[in-house]
Structures are given as C-alpha cells and as structure tokens.
Design a protein around this ligand. Structure first.
Ligand code: NAD
Length: 346
C-alpha cells in the first residue's frame, strides 16, 4: 500500500546559507541586494576588513566574502576554521592576500571571480596613460580659472610608440588590443605566450628587451613571489630614459622607493598607479580631513608627472554586477555541492 504525503515546503526548507561580507561599501551592498535571492543567502555586511583582529565577526557564519585588502593569512584562517567557516569567497581576481595552502589544510574552500570585466581595468589603464600624457587633469583646472594657456600641456602621440605589456592574461590582452587600435607597437612579456595575441600583432620578447625598448610599460601580471618588486632599481635602470610606467596590477609589483629615485633622477618620465604597496590603510576611505601618515605616498603625490588613483580600475557598473553575480554563484555552487569552477587551489 502506498501513502501519499503532501510535504510542507516550510518544514523541509533548508536553512539559508549565512554569509559575512567584509570590507563592504555602499555600492557593494547595493549590488548584493539587487542580485541576491534572499531565499538562498542570508547576508550580513561588515564595513571592516577581515583580518586577525576582526575574525570574531565571522562567528556564526558558514561563509566569508572578502576583497583585495582583507588579510586572510595563516592566523586568520586558523581562527575562522575554529568558527567552522567552510568557504572564503573573494570578490576579486587576485588572491595574493589569502594563504591558499593554509585554507586547503583547514579544508576551507576558496573561490574567486577570475574574470569580471578585464575591459574595466584595461580601459582605466588607458585613462591613466592619456591623463599623464595629455594632462587633461591640469587642463580641466586651468580652464575653470579662465587660464586658456597651453604652456606645459604638451603631450606626445601614442601612435607608433612602443607599449610594453608585462602579463598578457585577461586584462593584459584587453589592454594590448586597445593599444593596437591606437596604432602602437605592442611588445609583451609573459611566462605563457598567447597565439591569439601574436596573430593580432603583439610581439613577445624577453623582459630585458621589453624594458629596453618600451616607451610605456604597463603591469598586468599577478603578484607572486616571482613578480614582487619586478620593477626595482635594476629593472628601472634598463628602461628608456623618460619612459612611462603604469601599474594597475598590485602595489608590490613595484618597489616604490626605487621608483621615487628614478623619478627624481628623471630616468622615469611618468608614473601612473592604481595600486600601492601600502594601500590597505589608505585606499577605499575618505581621509580628506586626516593627516596622511604614509610619507612615501605623500612624497609621490608631490610629483607633477605622477598620477595616483585609489584602486578604481575595476570600478564600473558592468564589473560590479559581474563580481556580485559570480560571487553569489560561487557560494550557491558550494552550498549545492556542485563543482566549484572558480576554486583557487594550492
Ligand atoms: P590573468 O590570470 O588572466 O593574467 C595574468 C597573466 O600574468 C597570465 O597570462 C600569466 O601567465 C602572467 N604571469 C604570471 N606570472 C608571470 C610572471 N612571473 N611574469 C610575467 N607574466 C606572468 O589575470 P588578470 O585577470 O589579467 O589580472 C591581472 C592582475 O590584475 C590580477 O592578478 C590583479 O592583481 C590585477 N587586478 C587589478 C584590478 C584593479 O582594479 N586595479 C582589478 C582586477 C585585477
């Protein structure tokens, strides 16, 4: 004999996955609220970053969601593992701020957003180049004060200049294509060469050759032990005098003190950075009424040929939408026991 049971969905409803979102800004909250299915994830937002001092906030959650300046080192991982955190969801592509090995040892999964909008960062890179070159930031202020003089605003043509791209993954490739469109000669260095980029007109050469031949050098490789301070006194000395250096990758790709020396000696002609080695204490905050304690950054900002933006390369509505959608998908896939296709493994 068979009995038919009508199952009450409320009784069998699985508990919501509780996620703590760290380093939350208003725009993060806005996009999470727009795309989260409240029947699936119960999100709590914290303004503070996740690091060893704030781990207690993660208690009672199953997943934590973090951004570029949260510090998920071995100690942070040990602590959140003791709270039974099962997954770390990065809202970014880079994962240099997470000790992946420690997470694996503690059986905590790590997932990231490998490609949300490489164009967002590539286009910001071009914005830095054009601003430094054509000095639109200075022209904007000048004209508003009725100063229509062109003195000291002279730039140079990008057409036929040699652009050196270090790292031709998602962002580097998008950047190469834009610069080919400007009529530039695009040179590249990567540990893996892209056949598609070669076909498009990019020439792969050694790092030394790239340093020696480029008018503009742009960094798009991840931060790793191999790439930390890839731009240092020795590599700067190989560059063309007056070259432009752009870093939208990670701050520690360049040795900032060495770069300041190169700017002072006029070996380096221009510097555009969207990332800074010590940015964690400064970027993403309004410090307009504060005294900045970082003398290296304040010194850097006194140079007329230096442009600093505060890690905004990713910051387009298309990119934020993709970041949030992929992050929520990563948590859902984990919860459903599906293959975590954006997992970062040791
Ligand atoms: P990706 O993984 O697609 O590409 C990285 C490329 O660097 C790969 O082709 C890889 O082979 C190459 N590479 C690795 N080690 C290298 C080495 N030692 N020397 C030369 N090349 C090397 O990554 P992506 O999506 O293009 O992002 C690149 C980096 O940009 C990220 O790691 C992140 O740090 C940074 N980023 C910055 C922002 C921002 O807002 N400014 C946003 C997203 C990403």
């Amino acid at each position: 004999m068979f009995f038919a049971f009508k199952i009450n969905p409320i009784l069998v409803k699985k508990e919501l996955m509780k996620i703590a979102v760290f380093s939350t800004k208003n725009y993060d909250r806005e996009f999470f609220e727009k795309f989260n299915d409240p029947a699936q994830h119960q999100i709590t937002y914290f303004d503070s970053p996740l690091n060893i001092d704030t781990t207690i906030l993660a208690k009672g959650f199953e997943g934590v969601c973090v951004f570029v300046n949260d510090i998920i080192n071995k100690d942070t991982i040990a602590k959140i593992a003791s709270y039974d955190i099962k997954i770390i969801g990065l809202r970014c592509a880079g994962f240099n701020n997470v000790d992946i090995r420690a997470a694996t040892e503690r059986k905590i999964k790590v997932a990231r957003v490998p490609a949300y909008s490489p164009h967002a960062v590539a286009e910001h890179t071009v914005a830095l180049i054009l601003t430094l070159n054509r000095k639109t930031h200075k022209a904007f202020n000048r004209v508003r004060e009725n100063n229509f003089s062109l003195e000291k605003l002279m730039g140079f043509n990008l057409y036929e200049k040699a652009i050196g791209v270090i790292g031709t993954g998602q962002i580097g490739a998008a950047f190469c294509k834009i610069m080919l469109g400007f009529g530039c000669k695009v040179l590249a260095y990567d540990i893996f060469e892209s056949e598609a980029l070669k076909k498009a007109g990019v020439t792969y050469i050694s790092l030394d050759e790239l340093l020696q031949s480029s008018d503009i050098i742009s960094l798009h490789c991840p931060l790793s032990p191999e790439t930390r301070h890839i731009i240092n006194a020795a590599t700067l000395s190989k560059m063309k005098p007056g070259a432009m250096l752009i870093n939208t990758g990670r701050g520690a790709l360049i040795n900032t003190k060495d770069v300041i020396d190169a700017l002072k000696s006029e070996k380096l002609g221009y510097l555009g950075i969207d990332v800074y080695e010590q940015e964690a204490e400064i970027f993403f905050r309004d410090l307009s009424e504060s005294i900045i304690q970082d003398d290296v950054l304040t010194h850097l900002m006194t140079f007329p040929n230096v442009l600093v933006t505060a890690h905004q390369g990713f910051f387009t509505k298309e990119a934020l939408e993709q970041i949030v959608k992929t992050t929520l998908m990563n948590f859902s896939d984990f919860e459903k026991g599906l293959l975590l296709k954006n997992e970062v493994t040791d």
